[in-house]
Design a protein around this ligand. Structure first.
Ligand code: ATP
Ligand code: MG
Length: 582
C-alpha cells in the first residue's frame, strides 16, 4: 500500500535543494491562499501552531505535522507557535517538553511564541464559569462509567443525566467548590449542555472539567480541577489568534464542538482543517505504544535507533533535511493510508549518498596474506572521500601484506556466477591492486583461517597497464592498521507491514521483529575512522551508511567505538518505483 494521495509522488524532486523542494500540502495551501486573497482575517497574518501533548517523544508523524504547520506559515509570511497542550498532568513530564523543543529545532524550525495551554487555565476557568452562568454547562455527579452508559452510541441516542436540570446557582456553587478542592477525584465533572441526541457523540454533553488532585509540572498544586483536552484545545487556538489550525483527521468529529465553544464564548474564530495522519509500514506511530515499548524495555529507550521517534532516527543517522524532503514528497490528503517505509529510506539514502564520507570497513573479517608483497612494506593509497563531492578531498589509506576482506567475498568452491575471490580468480582490491587467490589455510576442524594471494605490482591504483579486466572490486583494510569497533545493524522494529494486524487476544507487540538488532563485535575498520565524530555520516563501501553512536563517547568506554547502521545500501524503493513505471 502506498500513500493514498494519487499525486503524492508526482511532486518529488530529489535533486532540488530543500528550499526549492515543492512543498506539497496543496489543498491546505489552497485554503490559506484563498483566505489571504479574500482577507478573511483582515490584516491579521497567517498564524499556525504545532500543539503537542507533552506525554512522549515526537515521532515521524509529528514531523509531517510540523513541516505543514511551520512550512505553510512561512510560505505566507505568517508565524507558528509551539504550544504544549498540557492538560493531563498524570501523563506529562518536563523531560517530554524538553525533548519536543529540541526535536522541533533539530528538524529545522524555530517557533514564534512558546505557549502552554496551562498558561490559559485561569482564562479557561473564567470561560467555564461564563458558560455555567449562561445555563450552558452543568455539574454532573454521575460516575465516569454512568456517563459512558448514558451517552448512548452510534445507533442509540443518549439519555439526559438526572443532574442536567440543576439550577445555575447550584451549578456555580458546586463548580467553585470543585475548584477549591472540596471533592474527591472522580466524584463530579462539569459538562457542556449541548444535545444528548446529537448524531455526533462529541456533542452529547461533553465533559469540560474533571476533578484531579494531581500536581502539574508547570502550575504545581494550584489546581484541583483540570480542563479536558477538548475544552482547552480550540480555545487555546483562539487565544493565540490561530487562523489555520491544522490537525489530523481524527479531530474532524471534534471540530463542531470546538466551534460550539468558540461561538458560545464569542471569541476569535479559529478555522480547523484536517489532513491525513502519516502511517508507515513496519512502524507504529503512536506515543502510547512507543511508551509501552520503552516501559517494557523492548527497546533501549525513546532514542533507541529502531524507534520512529525523531530522537531515535537522529541517533540512527537520519538527517533532518531528508526528513523534510520526505514530508514534502508524501503530500497531504483527506483520507488515511499507509506510506511504504522504503520511501522514507529512499530519501535518506539519497541524502546520505551526497553527504557521507566513504570509508572501508570489514564487518565479517577474513585474513588475506599477499605472499609476494614485501613483508615490512606499507604503502598509502590516495582515496576520494566522496566521489559525489570533490570538495570533500582525499585521504591516505594504508596497504600492507596482510589485509582483511569480507568472509562473503571469498568462496573456496565458487557457485555459478560468483565473481568474487576464489582459488585462481583475480579481483581488484579497491584503489589498490589486483590480487589472485592461490591457496587457503585451515585449522584442524577445517575452518578457513587465511587466504593466500599474489598481487600484480603493476596494477597499483586498481588498473592493469595491459588492460586486463576483472569482474569484481572488493573493499579491504590493512590488518596491522585496522581499528576494531562494535557494529549495530538495525532492521524494522516490526515484522509485519501493518503491525496493528494481530491474532485474537494478541497485543501489537507480538508483531515485534525479534531480529531488529544484530551486534557485531569483530569488525575491522580503516584507521581514519578512529577520528569519526558524533554527527558524521559514513558510507562503508559496499556495506551501507553508518554513523557513530553516542555510546562511543569517552564517558561510556574510552576507545570503544560503536557504529550504527543507518541503512544498508540497497534501495528497494527505487525498485518499487521502477516496477510501477514499467
Ligand atoms: P499519538 O497518537 O502518537 O499519541 P497525538 O496525535 O496524540 O499522537 P499530539 O502530541 O497530540 O500527538 O500531536 C501533535 C500534533 O501532531 C497534532 O496536531 C496531531 O494531529 C499531529 N500528529 C500526530 N500524529 C501524527 C501523524 N502520525 N501524522 C501526522 N500528524 C500527526
Ligand atoms: Mg493527541
Amino acid at each position: 500500500m502506498t500513500n493514498s494521495n494519487p499525486d503524492s509522488h508526482a511532486v518529488q524532486n530529489q535533486d532540488a535543494p530543500i528550499q526549492d523542494a515543492p512543498a506539497s500540502p496543496s489543498f491546505l495551501r489552497d485554503i490559506i491562499a484563498e483566505d489571504v486573497r479574500t482577507r478573511k482575517y483582515g490584516d491579521a497574518q497567517v498564524q499556525t501552531r504545532f500543539p503537542p501533548e507533552p506525554n512522549g517523544y515526537l515521532h515521524i508523524g509529528h514531523a509531517k505535522a510540523i513541516c505543514i504547520d511551520f512550512g505553510l506559515a512561512d510560505e505566507f509570511g505568517g508565524k507558528t507557535n509551539l504550544r504544549f497542550d498540557d492538560t493531563n498532568p498524570e501523563k506529562e513530564e518536563q523531560e517530554y517538553v524538553d525533548s519536543i523543543m529540541a526535536d522541533v529545532r533539530w528538524l529545522g524550525f524555530e517557533w514564534d511564541r512558546l505557549c502552554y495551554a496551562s498558561d490559559y487555565f485561569p482564562q479557561l476557568f473564567e470561560w467555564a464559569v461564563q458558560l455555567v452562568k449562561a445555563g450552558k454547562a452543568y455539574v454532573d455527579d454521575l460516575s465516569v462509567e454512568q456517563i459512558r452508559e448514558y451517552r448512548g452510541n452510534f445507533t442509540e441516542p443518549g439519555k439526559d443525566s438526572p443532574y442536567r436540570t440543576r439550577s445555575i446557582e447550584e451549578n456555580l456553587d458546586l463548580f467553585l467548590r470543585m475548584k477549591q478542592g472540596e471533592f474527591p477525584d472522580g466524584s463530579r465533572v462539569l459538562r457542556a449542555k449541548i444535545d444528548m441526541a446529537s448524531l455526533n457523540l462529541n456533542m452529547r454533553d461533553p465533559v469540560m472539567y474533571r476533578i484531579l488532585h494531581a500536581p502539574h509540572q508547570r502550575t504545581g498544586d494550584q489546581w484541583s480541577i483540570y480542563p479536558m483536552y477538548d475544552f482547552a484545545h480550540g480555545q487555546s487556538d483562539s487565544i493565540e489568534h490561530v487562523t489555520h489550525s491544522m490537525c489530523t483527521l481524527e479531530f474532524a468529529d471534534h471540530q463542531p464542538l470546538y466551534r460550539w465553544y468558540i461561538e458560545q464564548l464569542g471569541i476569535f474564530p479559529t478555522q480547523q482543517i484536517e489532513f491525513d495522519r502519516l502511517n508507515l509500514t513496519y512502524t507504529l506511530l503512536s506515543k502510547r505504544k512507543l511508551l509501552q515499548l520503552v516501559e517494557e524495555k523492548r527497546v533501549s529507550g525513546w532514542d533507541d535507533p529502531r524507534m520512529p521517534t525523531l530522537a531515535g532516527i537522529r541517533r540512527r543517522g537520519f538527517s533532518a533535511e531528508a526528513l523534510r524532503t520526505f514530508c514534502a514528497a508524501i503530500g497531504v490528503s483527506r483520507t488515511n493510508g499507509a506510506t511504504d517505509i522504503e520511501m522514507l529510506e529512499h530519501y535518506q539514502r539519497d541524502d546520505l549518498n551526497r553527504r557521507a564520507s566513504r570509508a572501508m570497513a570489514v564487518l565479517h573479517p577474513l585474513k588475506v596474506v599477499i605472499d609476494n608483497y614485501p613483508v615490512d612494506q606499507v604503502e598509502f593509497v590516495e582515496v576520494l572521500n566522496n566521489p559525489e563531492d570533490p570538495s570533500a578531498g582525499t585521504r591516505q589509506v594504508p596497504f600492507s601484506r596482510e589485509i582483511y576482506i569480507e568472509q562473503d567475498d571469498f568462496r573456496e568452491v565458487p557457485p555459478p556466477k560468483y565473481y568474487r575471490l576464489s582459488p585462481g580468480k583475480e579481483v581488484r582490491l579497491r584503489n589498490a591492486y589486483f590480487v589472485t587467490a592461490q591457496s587457503v589455510v585451515k585449522d584442524a576442524d577445517g575452518n578457513l583461517l587465511e587466504v593466500h594471494c599474489t598481487y600484480d605490482p603493476l596494477s597499483r591504483g586498481g588498473n592493469s597497464p595491459d588492460g586486463r579486466k576483472v569482474k569484481s572490486t572488493m573493499h579491504w583494510v590493512s590488518a596491522a592498521h585496522a581499528i576494531s569497533a562494535e557494529i549495530r545493524l538495525y532492521s524494522h522494529l516490526f515484522a509485519k507491514a501493518d503491525p496493528t494486524q494481530v491474532e485474537e487476544g494478541q497485543d501489537v507487540l507480538s508483531n515485534l521483529n525479534p531480529n531488529s538488532l544484530e551486534i557485531l563485535t569483530g569488525a575491522r575498520l580503516e584507521p581514519s575512522l578512529a577520528n569519526a565524530r558524533l554527527g558524521d555520516h559514513f558510507q562503508f563501501e559496499r556495506v551501507g551508511y553508518f554513523c557513530l553512536d553516542p555510546d562511543s563517547t569517552p564517558d561510556s568506554t574510552p576507545g570503544h567505538l560503536v557504529f550504527n547502521r543507518t541503512l544498508p545500501l540497497k534501495d528497494s524503493w527505487a525498485k518499487v518505483e521502477k516496477k510501477k513505471g514499467a
